[in-house]
Write a protein that binds this ligand. Sequence first.
Ligand SMILES: Nc1ncnc2c1ncn2[C@@H]1O[C@H](COP(=O)(O)OP(=O)(O)O)[C@@H](O)[C@H]1O
Ligand SMILES: [Mg+2]
Length: 389
Amino acid sequence: MTIEQIKLVHFRNYDQMTILPHEGINIFFGQNGSGKTNLLEAIHYCALGKSHRINQDTGAVMMGEAGCSCQMSVRNQYSRNDIEVRLRPGEENVKSVWIDQKKAARLSEMMGVLRCVIFSPEDLSLIKEGPSIRRKFLDMMISQISRNYFVSLQQYRAAMSQRAAILRQAKIDYTRPDPMIVDFEMAMVGHAKVIYQERVKYTEMLSTIGHQLYQQISGKDTEDFIIHYRSQLPSEENDPLFLKKLLEKQREDDMRQGSTQSGPHRDDLILTLNGKHMKSFASQGQIRTAALSLKLAQMKIFTRITNEYPILLLDDVMSELDLNRRMNLLDIVSGVQTFITCSDEGDLAEYQNNRTYHVHNPEGIAQVELIKEGPDMHKLKFSEEPVFE
Ligand SMILES: Nc1ncnc2c1ncn2[C@@H]1O[C@H](COP(=O)(O)OP(=O)(O)O)[C@@H](O)[C@H]1O
Ligand SMILES: [Mg+2]
């Protein structure tokens, strides 16, 4: 798919901005704080209805303004769609999504209209940090290819917080539970099953493709990068009501602790290299290769499942990769519409790209200037023998 037009109004440091990106590689360079990541964030908003970097929406509105809008015109092989996310923090419905100028009744309707994969230096935390980051990665990935998954995730969370509210609120006799709590637990169990099955399925794909990519990027076929899904739920052949029993058993504990101790919201991905946990022993270089492998595997899964390239967003990662890896990366992404940010135009001087923009921030308002049109070829080739495929 291709973004043909980006229009931002009062989004972060963008006042009013329209650009028509190239269907190939678009480079945005500019000093720190000029607004490059903000632009990628706007694309992410139109893919998933939220930021890739923060959970609250309020910071996205330009200071001093009541609301903002990000709008993308997206073309895929079958159709052309306009997708818009509007935020108005003062109002009851802070966020609204508009597809082809019609207000969507549910956030799930936007999933899949614009699919993106973002890779940024913070992605090293996928390997180094706690489970919530890995769950978020999986959830954002699967939501973009399965609306059913996204809906289950939303409903699971809603049922979990309703159950927690009952536990908080009343002195319940745990031997004779409030019938409502049983309903919410049943709802959690049903949605957990969908969440679990989809996560296991996509983790297997991530592992197979990620393993291959890791070896190609590192150039070492002795390094086995494997990803496992770790869950409290037993696999399918076991008792499907395992979680139900756990929830029942843990009501009192959950009430005391003020959190729900069991369920897919506690699951994790375990990343290993040659059988050892990467989190505790991997080198910086191995962590970087693993993070890049995960993101490129995500891109390949999107392409395989939907028969369509996603949009690729590379935020400030080029300077972190050595020349060879940069070339290989750009080689693998040929054919994919790509948005690359960097702080210095010189960082990417050795590449042919399709369009180069300068981003600057005079008086706190971002300006994006088209400064160079590269050769108009969609498929750019950088090395004789592509390393990735
Ligand atoms: N709500 C907002 N209103 C106005 N400016 C904002 C808002 N949020 C962030 N900014 C500005 O955006 C800039 C940061 O943009 P960012 O895209 O992260 O920079 P970079 O080019 O380094 O990636 C900062 O100058 C910051 O002050
Ligand atoms: Mg940035």
